[in-house]
Design a protein around this ligand. Structure first.
Ligand SMILES: NC(=O)c1ccc[n+]([C@@H]2O[C@H](COP(=O)([O-])OP(=O)(O)OC[C@H]3O[C@@H](n4cnc5c(N)ncnc54)[C@H](O)[C@@H]3O)[C@@H](O)[C@H]2O)c1
Length: 253
């Protein structure tokens, strides 16, 4: 494939938040984008935003933790848009609780969406990438990978995604495929709004409190993360692989 041909990207969890901003950004960079989320109808806004700006997008309903649905979704994208050679594993859920109150289902749900989902999506897309001799995989980790109270499930999944990313980079590098992780800090989305509600705080106050702890003194926007993802998925980023980039308004490690 020549680089002048339009590449096809899949963004999971693309209906809203970081995924929606990423889908819009990748489309603005000339990618055809499959906006994949649990409910196909929920992807409509993102798709319309892309097409209104002259881009190409397709809404795809799929639960990333379900192997059959993933295989069918990736096959549909290949059929309708072309071989997906850019994959952003962004779909995510929270089931926060302190360890002693955490149910097995809270644990399993988080592992299934983040880890099993990224595994299934990457496995389904890699054959298209290998055939094309080009691929870009970006996994959404989190600052919570470093440990966060009330998130033993989520922090384990997000740390797991970092190991997953590095191993993908090692296995797939010789096929022209890179794999990197973006680890956001606090980003204002429905996910963090739900956390504010859970701890009984207004979202504005919650954001202000978070911003006061961040060196750049503001919380992140979905576009801040889309920007980092756009870098990793770029044609020129072929020598950047196996990296974890914290995008958090200050240093984390
Ligand atoms: N918002 C933050 O502060 C923050 C910080 C660090 C990491 N992240 C990560 O970034 C990613 C996006 O977060 P967000 O804040 O935009 O979240 P969000 O809750 O606003 O959006 C997540 C999207 O994923 C979709 N989704 C959930 N389960 C799915 C499944 N099984 N199959 C397909 N789609 C599914 C949801 O329907 C939703 O549209 C997540 O992986 C999250 O863990 C977010």
């Amino acid at each position: 494939m020549s680089t002048t041909e339009q590449r096809v990207a899949i963004v999971t969890g693309g209906a809203r938040g970081i995924g929606a901003a990423t889908a819009v950004r990748l489309a603005a960079e000339g990618r055809a984008v499959a906006v994949l989320d649990l409910d196909e109808a929920a992807c409509k806004d993102t798709v319309e935003k892309i097409t209104a700006a002259g881009g190409t997008a397709l809404a795809v309903g799929c639960d990333v933790s379900d192997a059959e649905q993933v295989e069918a979704a990736v096959a549909r994208v290949a059929e309708e848009l072309g071989a997906p050679t850019i994959l952003v594993n962004n779909a995510g859920v929270l089931r926060d609780n302190l360890l002693f109150k955490m149910s097995e289902s809270d644990w399993d749900t988080v592992m299934n969406v983040h880890l099993r989902g990224a595994f299934l999506m990457s496995r389904a897309c890699q054959k298209h990438m290998v055939d094309a001799g080009f691929g870009r995989i970006v996994n959404l980790s989190s600052s919570s990978a470093l440990g966060n109270r009330g998130q033993v499930n989520y922090s384990a999944a997000k740390a797991g995604l970092q190991g997953f990313t590095k191993t993908l980079a090692i296995e797939l590098g010789k096929f022209g495929v890179t794999a990197n992780a973006v680890a956001p800090g606090f980003i204002a989305t429905d996910m963090t709004a739900a956390t504010a509600a859970r701890v009984g705080m207004g979202f504005e106050d919650f954001q202000k409190a978070a911003a006061s702890q961040i060196p750049v003194q503001r919380v992140g926007r979905p576009e801040d993360i889309a920007n980092a993802i756009a870098f990793f998925t770029g044609e020129e980023a072929g020598f950047v692989s196996g990296q974890v980039l914290y995008v958090a308004g200050g240093p984390l490690d």
